[in-house]
Design a protein around this ligand. Structure first.
Ligand code: HEC
Ligand code: HEC
Length: 455
């Protein structure tokens, strides 16, 4: 089993410890107010417990997070859980697989990614490649233009500048330089530290920290003995692998085929800023394309419209809200959606979903030839808030999602659905319920580790 994981499941403990520090250290964010751990909180199923989270500019942990400083919007997709993310079978990362090894852990130039050739050629794995990206996102970690040098570089998409700047910042801290030198023989001087080293440490940490294989289901896999599950979970398992055909997509030990399917999950939130629909701009005068077209954004293939990567169902009971935009607040509703996606999409009421309110919203304005951020005018507030429900309240846009649905309806009784949910609960590893012990009390930068339990 160990060899199914990066670093054969056992990366150098010094590297792991470096990664642990960096994962919870806000030093990797432009305004030094957020870490990877804020959105991938080990107390909240390695997500943030929110449908759509608040990136930099927020304060507080998990579902209690609120905006504290000016932000330009919310994170457009549900923070993915990181359980078993170090498994080598993860060749594609993100809901749309936009970081993807096109050949089994082949040379790095085979990793398709949003930065193209800017991504260093020697990046060690798709997981390490992924770690190059959150730091370049203004909403997630970099901050807004004018706030700090990283945010300014992010605004101009100068990714290399961001990575160099972060590597310098980390290497300037004697404790980090000491551990970096202990982990990488090629580092003898701080000039040798690159973001690639940081990414490698983050990948090593994630590989060990989020490994999770102590669920009742694992006992079944190891012993072949079903009787350790409750009767309901056994019946659910039989359905899952049988008549309900769940395992046609949620297959293998991680319960995912790592492929992309359109199953008409409703979209809430502002989307990824792509797609051709301009109706929001036309109606409100505010810039933005609201549709999240999923995998199509990566491949341009019409067959991939509104398709998202099949999520692993490991610890799924801990990782709500569910779906790529966190549209479903109950696991049962998420399961029921699969049984009649089109009816579920039609009945879905986007304004029922609880999202943290966005205070202190700012927008990009122009002063002469200079760009700067200004507070969003009170009378545009309503138009701004419509972003969260825009796609679902437009019959045309909703129809586009419906048109791609690949799941045919299936009738199950309430009892059968309850059994499926019982099986999903048997995928919960008790050691995964709360791993907040892994959050360090302090990190090498001296900044307060994030998530900050004191907020
Ligand atoms: C502001 C919240 C936020 C922060 C901060 C953040 N992430 Fe994420 N993470 C997300 C979201 C949202 C996604 C899914 C994004 C998508 O599909 O477009 C994601 C996806 C991922 C994935 C892909 C998981 C999968 O199943 O494919 C990994 C790995 C990951 N993040 C690691 C990190 C690391 C490492 C950092 C710090 C360098 C980090 N994240 C910082 C919110 C965050
Ligand atoms: C056609 C492939 C396919 C089949 C069959 C399928 N699923 Fe899914 N499932 C997906 C995809 C794709 C998603 C993510 C969709 C999205 O977020 O847009 C998903 C999401 C989920 C989620 C939410 C996970 C999360 O982390 O948000 C659960 C739970 C789930 N499926 C359970 C089931 C069950 C139970 C069955 C059988 C009744 C089933 N699935 C059948 C493809 C499938």
């Amino acid at each position: 089993m160990d060899h199914d994981f990066l670093y054969d499941g056992a990366p150098d403990p010094v590297l792991v410890d470096l990664g642990r520090n960096l994962f919870f250290d806000p030093i990797l964010s432009g305004n030094r107010n957020i870490s990877c751990g804020t959105c991938h909180d080990p107390a909240f199923g390695s997500g943030d417990g929110l449908a759509l989270g608040i990136g930099e500019g927020g304060a507080g942990a998990g579902p209690q997070r609120v905006t504290a400083d000016p932000v330009t919007g919310r994170v457009p997709r549900n923070a993915q859980p990181l359980w078993n993310i170090g498994a080598r079978s993860y060749l594609s990362l993100f809901h749309d697989g936009r970081v993807e090894a096109l050949q089994d852990l082949g040379p790095a130039d085979k990793i398709r990614n949003p930065a193209g050739a800017d991504l260093p050629a020697d990046v060690s794995s798709p997981l390490a490649a992924q770690a190059f990206f959150p730091v370049t996102s203004p909403i997630e970690m970099a901050g807004q233009y004018g706030e700090n040098p990283i945010a300014n570089a992010a605004h101009h998409e100068k990714r290399q500048e961001i990575w160099d700047h972060l590597a310098d910042q980390v290497a300037d801290i004697p404790e980090y330089l000491r551990i970096l030198r202990a982990s990488f023989p090629e580092i003898t001087d701080k000039e040798h530290v690159t973001y690639g080293h940081i990414a490698d440490a983050l990948a090593a940490f994630q590989t060990t920290a989020f490994r999770s294989d102590e669920s009742p289901f694992d006992r079944v896999l190891r012993t072949g003995e079903l009787s350790t599950l409750t009767q309901a979970a056994q019946d659910g398992l039989t359905l899952f692998y049988g008549a309900a055909r769940c395992a046609s997509c949620h297959s293998g030990p991680l319960l995912t085929d790592h492929k992309f399917h359109a199953i008409a999950v409703p979209q809430i939130g502002p989307g990824k800023g792509h797609g051709g629909d301009m109706s929001y701009l036309a109606a409100t005068g505010l810039a933005g394309r609201m549709e999240d077209e999923g995998r199509n954004r990566v491949t341009g293939n019409p067959d991939d419209l509104f398709a998202f990567r099949t999520p692993s169902l490991r610890n799924v009971a801990l990782t709500g809200p569910w779906g790529h935009s966190g549209a479903f607040e109950s696991l049962e509703d998420m399961v029921r959606h699969h049984l009649d996606p089109l009816a579920s999409l039609t009945d879905f009421n986007a304004s029922d979903v609880a999202l943290p309110s966005l205070n202190h919203v700012q927008r990009l304005g122009a002063r002469g030839s200079q760009l700067r951020f200004v507070p969003l005018e009170v009378d545009r507030r309503y138009a701004f808030e419509m972003r969260d429900t825009w796609v679902m309240t437009s019959p045309q846009l909703r129809q586009r999602i419906a048109d791609r649905n690949a799941l045919s309806p299936m009738e199950l009784t309430d009892q059968e659905i309850a059994n499926l949910v019982a099986f999903l609960h048997a995928l919960t590893d008790p050691t995964a319920v709360n791993r907040s012990h892994m959050i360090p009390a302090s990190v090498a930068s001296g900044l307060p580790p994030q998530p900050d339990r004191n907020h």
